[in-house]
Design a protein around this ligand. Structure first.
Ligand code: NAD
Length: 491
């Protein structure tokens, strides 16, 4: 396909032969014998600490265009998520000439809670775990954001993800601010019983921040509907009555909404298809698509794009990837993943590394794994026409510039993967009202919300002569700024 879009603004590891729990290794499950490889990462503080910002914003470093933070990213991510988030904000703040007081306010997270807590494991030993919950900005309402279980979770990562949630909720015009939380843990190394106990204790530790009118968690990497059910139950037990609206992404049988599980991936598909139609005069029919990550977002994006005619030629997970130029049979792949724990060694496909997948000559590349994947080190290798950001923060600001120069259109995360939080909002509303919608209604309202706000973003790219990311940020920041000025600065 011709790269006809001109933008305006100037480590794979080895997979287990079979995972003991028979899952794809992303969303928890039983271990074989109750032993765990979790290493308790204990920070030098011994009790939960609420650090109530404001803190001094990190100084900008002209030699480090993505912003300075004293944080080394994990080896498989080449950039600190927090540095990326600050760098993105600073660039847009410069572009829109945002007041310095607003810039410093928005660079700063409002509340940060670090907790260290014990869990009695199946073998009788006690393991210490460390978790976080961060509120970035609560001006527009209660804060909303996922909970991540991953060995590389850090406070900085939670800050970045909370900040992105603030922009995403404002862009979707939802009455929320942004939050994020997580625990440093490899969830697949825990038994189901250990995972439940760890979840209930973590939620108890961060419970002063939670509640349907205060902070509403949702699933993210390494957590799923079952984990959300335990969170909802824990909060409900503390209060003495059921509070379904305390969390979203929970099972339908306890007050979840139909359509939430597929929402993020389906939203990526709606947005990508609409952008392709508007910018390239074609839909997804026979579009070659590569997807990095085959968890909730990656698998639903692949499925829903395929249902609309796309050929999914490459898919990866944390162990590596597979490639078939004629298209991968997704139903058979799901079975293969359930049996082996990975997409690797799938019949009829070639093996590609995650790095190679990012460089495939495809129409659409969907990074749907973790942040910091497309950086200044590999952006020049990207050959896709469109990068549709299913993950949060997969592209650094430096990579953005390289992609722009190459004519690659980037659909930014805060609109591309917003289907999840939009349907989470519907779930919260349904929970508060105890009145539930059918799936057609959920999908119709989600598509309308996403496409209305996409129109606003595209209109802004034309008016302000900027990229989609800059346009999306401008809209979000203007909405938050207006709300902040109207509310005033207490006291
Ligand atoms: P998940 O845990 O269900 O799946 C993550 C997938 O990424 C797995 O297949 C895993 O093997 C793979 N992976 C992990 N590390 C990798 C690496 N280094 N290289 C390649 N693949 C790797 O998580 P998810 O819920 O699908 O979330 C994926 C991304 O989407 C995250 O950035 C998350 O913040 C974002 N997101 C999720 C939602 C949601 O509703 N779940 C909503 C918006 C954004």
């Amino acid at each position: 396909m011709a790269k006809n879009i001109k933008l305006l603004e100037t480590t794979d590891s080895t997979p287990p032969a079979t995972l003991a729990n028979g899952t794809n290794g992303t969303n928890g499950g039983h271990g074989t014998n109750g032993t765990t490889t979790v290493s308790p990462t204990i920070a030098p503080i011994t009790s939960p600490v609420i650090s109530s910002a404001p803190q001094e914003a990190p100084a900008l470093d002209e030699h480090n265009p993505i912003g300075a933070t004293p944080y080394d990213p994990p080896a498989d991510r080449h950039a600190s998520a927090y540095a990326v988030a600050l760098g993105q904000l600073d660039r847009v703040a410069d572009f829109m000439q945002l007041d310095d007081d607003m810039r410093v306010y928005l660079r700063t997270c409002q509340r940060e809670l670090i907790v260290h807590f014990p869990v009695k494991m199946d073998d009788g030993t006690v393991q210490m775990f460390t978790g976080f919950r961060v509120h970035h900005n609560a001006t527009k309402g209660p804060v909303k954001g996922g909970i991540r279980y991953h060995p590389d979770v850090t406070l900085d990562e939670c800050r970045a993800l909370a900040m992105w949630m603030t922009w995403k909720c404002a862009l979707m015009n939802l009455p929320y601010g942004g939050a994020k939380g997580g625990v440093i843990v490899e969830p697949t190394a825990l038994s189901k019983r250990e995972l439940e106990k760890m979840t209930r204790r973590y939620v108890t530790e961060i419970s002063p921040l939670l509640g349907p009118e205060r902070d509403i968690p949702a699933p993210d990497v390494g957590t799923n509907a079952q984990v959300m059910a335990w969170i909802m139950d824990t909060i409900s037990m503390h209060r003495g009555y059921s509070i379904p609206a305390a969390v979203t992404g929970k099972p339908v049988s306890i007050g979840g909404t139909v359509g939430r599980e597929s929402a993020t991936g389906l939203g990526v598909t709606y947005i990508t298809r609409s952008v392709m139609k508007q910018r390239m005069g074609r839909g997804l029919d026979d579009a070659a698509v590569a997807v990095q990550g085959f968890g909730n977002v990656g698998s639903w994006t692949a499925k829903t794009m395929h249902e609309r005619g796309a050929r999914i030629v490459a898919i990866s997970d944390k162990f590596g990837g597979i490639y078939n130029s004629r298209g991968i049979d997704l139903r058979m792949l799901q079975r293969h993943v359930a049996d082996t724990g990975s997409v690797l060694n799938f019949n009829g496909s070639d093996t590609v590394s995650n790095e190679e997948l990012l460089a495939l000559d495809v129409d659409v590349l969907v990074p749907a794994a973790l942040e910091g994947q497309i950086t200044k080190l590999n952006a020049h290798k990207v050959r896709a026409t469109i990068v549709a950001e299913g993950a949060n923060g997969p592209t650094t600001p430096e990579a953005d510039e390289i992609l722009q120069d190459k004519g690659v259109l980037v659909i930014p995360d805060i609109i591309c993967n917003a289907g999840g939080v939009v349907v989470s909002y519907f779930e919260w509303v349904q929970g508060l009202q105890s009145f539930f919608w059918n799936e057609g209604e959920v999908r119709r309202q989600m598509e309308a919300t996403l496409l209305d706000n996409l129109e606003a973003v595209i209109g802004t790219t034309t008016r302000r002569k900027c990229t989609m990311r800059t346009a999306a940020y401008i809209i979000s920041i203007e909405r938050i700024e207006e709300a902040m000025r109207l509310r005033g600065f207490y006291p």
